[in-house]
Design a protein. Structure first.
Length: 404
């Protein structure tokens, strides 16, 4: 039987364009939310802002509900995107995975090395090595959206593919390095729930309500187990059915038709605007705010924020550009269609925008409020420099067609 991507390439490409458009618009909103957080945290409204974060809603604080509850929905979307890209999207073939996989690998390893060279001398800070390893796809695509036609589509596709693999690595890092004090009984219940969902998938059950209700139970069990609750979102996402039961009349397949018959497409399509325009800006607003009044220039240049910032700005561009250059020169993969080396360099800079995932990992690595403020300074400063530098390079870079 033919794969869906072969049956409906137009639908898959249309879905990719829709994805990038929503991510780009959400990224611009995320920038505004981060800026608003910094303004409020350094304004007369600061006391109310910090009090709201610590206020209780039921058994948990507002920050906890956002970071462990709503962000589970973000990770659910991440899992859906990873599954879709690897089955029918830009990463569905071995050859299409080579360049983004090598780039993502370099973009994780080199920033971690840069961070450890600067901050790793202090054993208490060494656990932050993964903070500069992630790319914020929404923020980066938002910058590309501001560039319009100056950024070729192939560049946006490569950025999306790198970020998808980057997210997969970040999920693995969270699972392996930030899981402590396991409670086996709730963990076993959570695993059993995921296995049951996988059985439902194999049995042809396609009702999203069933997956949602059981998935909520999985989230609660994982929350109680000591494993970070957001990982439940990824695990549940991988059980959502993607391949339609009936893939007939292939020539008539459209984006809407694919969404109608595939539970994964329906769920991703339904969740995406809520995540991009609600959850992520909310997370950014309540996690980017840091009071700068009591900070000296020396504290801002201390090993923790400096290691994070340089990991994002220097490590990302070296790791990603170096990996892409080596892969193309070695003949392992071609340069993206129409893109010049200067545009690849600009993309490598944009991948240094860590923000959402970097702030998230930073909160896991350093829960202490004072240390977390230093993390925020490092993530914000590094992401801003990477965004501005990437924008300037891509603003004036020419594609290969303009160079001939």
């Amino acid at each position: 039987m033919k794969t869906l991507s072969k049956l409906a390439p137009t639908a898959v490409l249309s879905a990719l364009r829709d994805f990038m458009r929503v991510e780009a618009a959400g990224g611009i909103l995320l920038m505004a939310a981060a800026a608003a957080a910094l303004l409020v945290a350094n304004s007369p409204f600061a006391d109310g802002y910090f009090a709201a974060k610590a206020s209780y809603i039921g058994p948990l604080t507002l920050s906890y509900w956002i970071n462990d509850g709503l962000m589970a929905l973000f990770f659910l979307l991440v899992g859906l995107e990873i599954k879709r890209e690897f089955i029918e999207g830009q990463l569905s073939t071995a050859s299409s995975r080579i360049l983004p996989a090598l780039a993502a690998g370099g973009g994780v390893a080199v920033p971690a090395i840069v961070y450890l060279l600067i901050a790793g001398g202090d054993p208490a800070l060494a656990r932050g090595w993964a903070i500069p390893a992630a790319t914020d796809i929404a923020f980066a695509l938002g910058i590309l959206a501001l560039l319009g036609s100056r950024a070729p589509v192939s560049l946006k596709v490569l950025l999306t593919a790198i970020a998808v693999i980057d997210d997969l690595v970040a999920v693995a890092i969270i699972a392996v390095f930030f899981t402590e004090d396991l409670s086996l009984l709730p963990l076993g219940i959570g695993i059993a729930g995921v296995i049951f969902l996988a059985v439902l998938n194999r049995s042809g059950v396609r009702s999203l309500w069933i997956y949602g209700l059981i998935g909520l139970g999985v989230w609660a069990a994982v929350l109680l187990s000591g494993v970070h609750a957001t990982l439940a979102g990824v695990a549940v996402a991988l059980t959502i059915p993607l391949s339609p039961a009936a893939r007939r009349n292939a020539d008539a397949v459209t984006t809407k038709a694919v969404e109608d018959v595939s539970p994964l497409h329906r769920l991703e399509h339904g969740l995406h605007p809520w995540i991009a325009f609600g959850v992520i800006p909310l997370f950014g607003f309540f996690n980017a705010g840091v009071a700068l009044g009591g900070m000296s220039p020396a504290s801002l240049a201390s090993p923790l924020p400096l290691g994070i910032a340089l990991g994002l700005v220097v490590g990302k561009q070296i790791g990603i550009f170096g990996a892409i250059f080596a892969a193309v020169r070695a003949g392992l993969a071609p340069l993206p269609e129409g893109a010049s080396w200067m545009q690849i360099y600009g993309l490598s800079l944009l991948c240094g925008i860590g923000f959402t995932m970097s702030l998230f990992i930073g909160g896991l690595a350093f829960p202490d409020p004072a240390t977390l403020d230093m993390v925020r300074i490092g993530v914000l400063s590094g992401s801003i420099v990477a965004a501005l530098a990437g924008y300037v390079v891509l603003r004036f870079a020419k594609d290969r067609t303009a160079l001939h």
